[in-house]
Design a protein around this ligand. Structure first.
Ligand code: TXA
Ligand code: MG
Length: 331
């Protein structure tokens, strides 16, 4: 696979300028992008995704220097985190600049901003920023409620002809979405666990940073990534530990169900009838391929997926979060 050429990037920029939709790779998942300064183009993103219109989308920027063009105020925590972690799997929520359309913010006074760490994304963003404000509004490039895409083929399979251009940057390196940090309050708070660890954020800020779970606390915050139904495949996902996975698999098979298993260090006594979807070698590997495994479970028409939850340390916390949501347990 070779990355898109300068000509393809240029063509994608023209599509964005004309109000079209461009799917592009980031280090986390693929995004479905539109020119963030064109309300009609952003509305098209919502239509294609089938997503409620009052949900905010993240604006992707070419560089941290553009932060001040999109934010009305940049609190100290946002300065520290973006200086250290951008480009990277971090989204900061800050007060929006006056020109940011309601379509982008879902009518909120805040906006989510991020500089992705992916060469194709950065090439697209830099070319786009040569003229005009240069922000690309992009949610994950999947239909609402479905598993996020981590390859260009996933995007095409889910969105088909509804997207004008799909830039192929290969498989996403991180595999779960960015960590979202709300920097608008007195103390920063994590709204969604993701590719940047909570430990790293706390190290940089020098104090504990709470995770505001569920997204139903502040009336001001609407985060579809926090909905219970999100990130769920059709198969029923059950969370298990290493000690019980073989027994739970036996029970499910005995009830006539087809069973898939995902987990690090799976035991040797798994029943032969169970399909091993993956044995990730570590938590980063688990994160990178998690959505692919959930998709594979659906492709194989499995009834049940038994997922062994990793320890909630580093990126393992984001994997555990997505597995709980896939299991319909919330966060
Ligand atoms: O890694 C990612 O963040 C990927 C790639 C494409 O950048 N994008 C992504 O977008 O996951 P999306 O729309 O699927 O999820 C973005 C989350 C949503 O839960 C949204 O509600 C939240 O960010 N969000 C965006 N702006 C916000 C704001 N102003 N306040 C609170 N939450 C916000
Ligand atoms: Mg999403």
């Amino acid at each position: 696979m070779t990355d898109p050429s300068a000509i393809e990037i240029r063509a994608a920029v023209e599509v964005l300028r004309a109000g079209g939709l461009v799917a592009f790779p980031t280090e986390t998942v693929y995004g479905l992008g539109a020119d963030a300064s064109q309300p009609d183009a952003v509305r098209r993103v919502f239509t294609v995704k089938g997503r409620p219109a009052d949900h905010p989308v993240i604006v992707h920027l070419a560089e941290a220097g553009a932060l001040g063009e999109w934010a009305a105020a940049v609190p100290p925590a946002a300065v520290i985190l973006t200086a250290q972690c951008w480009p990277g799997p971090l989204t900061v929520v800050v007060r929006r600049a006056a020109h940011v359309p309601d379509e982008v913010t879902g009518g909120l006074e805040t906006v989510g901003l991020r500089v992705p760490d992916q060469p194709v994304a950065l090439a697209l963003l830099r070319e786009f920023a040569k003229e005009g404000a240069g922000g690309i509004a992009a949610p994950s490039a999947n239909r609402f409620g479905r598993v996020s895409p981590t390859t260009a083929a996933d995007v095409r399979a889910d969105l088909g002809a509804d997207v004008d251009v799909v830039l192929d940057g290969g498989e996403c390196r991180v595999g779960v979405e960015s960590t979202i940090v709300d920097c608008t309050g007195d103390e920063p708070a994590i709204l969604r666990l993701g590719g940047l660890s909570r430990e790293r954020i706390e190290d940089l800020l020098g104090h504990p940073v709470p995770v505001r779970r569920g997204g139903n606390g502040a009336a001001d915050v609407r985060a579809p990534g926090t909905l219970v139904s999100h990130y769920a495949p059709s198969a029923q996902v059950l969370l298990v530990d290493l000690a019980s996975v073989s027994r739970v698999a036996e029970d499910a098979l005995a009830r006539g169900l087809t069973v898939g298993v995902i987990g690090e260090k799976l035991p040797g006594d798994l029943p032969a009838g169970a399909t091993v979807l993956a044995r990730p070698e570590d938590d980063a590997d688990y994160a990178r391929h998690l959505y692919r495994h959930l998709r594979a479970a659906d492709a194989a028409d499995l009834d049940t997926v038994l997922a062994v939850v990793p320890a909630e340390v580093g990126i393992g916390a984001a994997v555990a979060d997505r597995l709980r949501r896939a299991a319909g347990l919330g966060t």
